[in-house]
Write a protein that binds this ligand. Structure first.
Ligand SMILES: [Zn+2]
Length: 139
């Protein structure tokens, strides 16, 4: 089996506030610091999608880049770009940390890529210049 990997980077901007009903106002403040600001704040998230799969004998590719772009645009960008993550139903019961955002992006994309015979190997999201998060599915 000739398995190869193809990764592509996308950017979207979104707002969030880190806050959980499970903690008191003081505990939220102590846990999340300025990210608990009631007015929220934004990030330019850089999302890397790593696909793995058999190199197609005819096309020589793991996945057609235009196909991947179409899926990511429909499933991720249209959902999260210029949105308030706290208002998305995924984050009704979960804090929209970038750990949870990585899991959400993975879980949204994985079934769509599986349909293209591609394995979603990993999602990596850069939140700031110094912070990045990765999720590679259930272990
Ligand atoms: Zn933040």
């Amino acid at each position: 089996m000739s398995v190869a990997y193809f990764g592509r980077r996308y950017t979207f901007s979104a707002a969030h506030r880190l806050h959980t009903e499970a903690l008191t106002a003081e505990e939220n403040q102590a846990t999340y610091g300025k990210c608990n600001n009631p007015h929220g704040h934004g990030h330019n998230y850089k999302v890397e999608v790593l696909c793995g799969g058999q190199v197609d004998a005819e096309t020589g590719m793991v996945i057609n880049m235009a196909k991947l772009d179409e899926i990511v645009k429909r499933v991720v960008m249209e959902r999260f770009d210029h949105m308030n993550l706290n208002r998305d139903e995924i984050f009704e019961k979960e804090v929209p940390t970038t750990e949870n955002l990585s899991i959400a992006v993975y879980d949204l994309l994985e079934p769509k890529l599986q349909r293209e015979n591609v394995r979603l190997e990993k999602i990596r999201i850069e939140e700031t210049e110094n912070n990045f998060f990765e999720y590679a599915g259930m272990k």
